[in-house]
Design a protein around this ligand. Structure first.
Ligand code: ARG
Length: 494
């Protein structure tokens, strides 16, 4: 039916090529034409249309259609000629989708109905035979799994570039033994190698990637064959379809298969935590490049200026990485909220699973390359970092630990060095600048040889247990991370 000409809501970054003006938004392919006397109201059609955002599933829908056609053929439900014509039409439609010769229109409800129209246009009523044994409920769950499994690999490949940028900087600065003031509570705590700090971020991202790889194992279950909810009475072969589409196994319960969106929620969580890690890294870059820190400078290609203040060089890439984490977290929260009240099995609410998942993919694919470029082209100021590394009495713990090695109880050692720090603050000097006599006055434990531990390089080298900041440990860490990232990048190309 439809009333006034409809317009599809345009969504940012999701160009579907859907022609929106002047066309009524009533479905071109009527899926339940037999049962209903009238067509949908225009407002219903407008509310229910998802093709403007789910069109990106087209490739995966066509792959699943090919697998389904073959299974119908093996079941004797399509003869040799029919399956050949259908597969040729699917191929042709696939090419036409790629070239843009076939496009969804405002009258297509979703990607599935749009592609069904495309098939009907190419092979007539034969196209309709593909509906046998299949519902949009198992179809959409299959398509989204395929899409996300494919794009998880793209995300991992881009994250590997961020990790590589960090590791290359770490390698360079490990060779130069560039120190940095390690912080807790944003206060100078203990000196570390800059490489150690950079690799800390690589570890966080490596866990994100491990999470995606682990997620992929659970996502590798194929819903196709579950039909609307109960499975099919036709002799389909869900295991063969699953294998053809690269899944590990068919779903074990058809009701769960069409209702389950754990894979989408888990993906959004993995993406959101990745976003949080990129955000924390972004926040560090913002700090490092302030005048006050002065640890690093951003390359012009990754900095922005100000329209009014000629001196400005802003870390917008890092700020956007920080800002975009918000939408990733929001997408996850929204999806979980959509899911929480749903009874089994498919409910139309589930159509809301796609936009947060797609946005998570888009966001990470946008942020990661910019962060990789920013990090690989950043220049660290080694002299400034070296000066800053010991500042703020950052070697106080080293003196206390020396006293402990001599048998002084840590409580007493902590107190003695605490007094030395106060003495230095009052006299505006560093720990190493206190005279022998003054040290003795502060505490009898503070003999002249405590100066032997008052060096940044010494403090760093001394932390040589597994996971510590000593150069050999950091070199081992870098080496093992290189292997992890190489294995992850190899997985991403599977
Ligand atoms: N566009 C729908 C979705 O994304 C496809 C499934 C529709 N199924 C249904 N029973 N109406 O969820």
């Amino acid at each position: 039916m439809g009333g006034a000409p409809g317009t599809l809501p345009e969504r940012e970054g999701q160009s579907t090529g859907v022609v929106v003006s002047g066309e009524p938004v009533t479905s071109a392919v009527r899926l339940w034409g037999g049962r209903f006397e009238s067509g949908p109201a225009d407002s219903l059609a407008r509310l229910s249309t998802s093709v403007q955002f789910d069109w990106r599933l087209a490739r995966y829908d066509l792959l699943a259609s090919g697998a389904h056609a073959r299974v119908l053929h093996r079941a004797g439900l399509l003869d040799d000629d029919e399956v050949a014509r259908l597969l040729a039409a699917i191929d042709e439609l696939s090419r036409d989708c790629q070239t843009g010769a076939f496009r969804p229109s405002a009258a297509d409800e979703d990607v599935h109905t749009a592609l069904e129209r495309g098939l009907l246009e190419r092979v007539g009523s034969l196209g309709g035979r593909l509906r046998a044994g299949r519902s949009r409920n198992d179809q959409v769950a299959t398509d989204l799994r395929l899409y996300l499994r494919d794009h998880a690999r793209q995300v991992v490949a881009r994250l590997a570039e961020v990790q590589t940028a960090l590791m290359d900087q770490a390698e360079r600065h490990l060779a130069e033994r560039t120190p940095a003031p390690g912080m807790t509570h944003m206060q100078h705590a203990q000196p570390v190698l800059l490489a150690h700090q950079l690799l800390a971020h690589v570890h966080a991202l490596a866990r994100d990637v491990a999470r995606l790889r682990d997620w992929d194992k659970r996502a590798a279950i194929c819903p196709l064959g579950s039909g609307a909810l109960a499975g099919s009475s036709l002799p389909l072969d869900p295991a063969a379809v699953a294998a053809e589409l690269g899944f590990d196994a068919p779903a074990g319960n058809s009701m769960d298969a069409v209702a389950d969106r754990d894979f989408a929620a888990e993906f959004c969580f993995a993406a959101a935590l990745t976003g949080v890690h990129l955000s924390r890294l972004g926040e560090e870059v913002v700090l490092w490049t302030t005048h006050e820190f002065g640890w690093a400078e951003i390359d012009d290609a990754y900095a922005t200026g100000s329209s009014i203040m000629p001196q400005k060089k802003n870390a917008d890439v890092a700020e956007l990485a920080r800002g975009k984490a918000g939408r990733l977290i929001g997408g996850l929260a929204g999806l979980l909220t959509t899911l929480k009240g749903l009874p089994l099995t498919y409910n139309r609410d589930l159509q809301e699973d796609k936009e947060p998942a797609f946005d998570a993919v888009d966001t990470l694919l946008l942020v990661a390359p910019a962060m990789a470029g920013l990090l690989s082209s950043m220049r660290f100021h080694a002299e400034r970092l070296t000066r800053s590394a010991a500042a703020g009495h950052a070697l106080a713990t080293d003196v206390a630990e020396l006293l402990v090695r001599r048998g002084v109880p840590f409580r007493e050692a902590h107190e003695a060095v605490g007094h030395l720090v106060v003495w230095c603050q009052v006299h505006d000097c560093e720990l190493g600048e206190v005279s022998d006599e003054d040290m003795q006055k502060v505490s009898p434990h503070l003999t002249p040889d405590v100066r032997s531990v008052l060096s940044v390089a010494g403090a760093i080298a001394a932390r040589d247990q597994t996971g510590g900041t000593a150069p050999e440990r950091v070199a081992e860490q870098l080496d093992s991370l290189r292997h992890v990232v190489a294995a992850d990048a190899a997985w991403a190309s599977t």
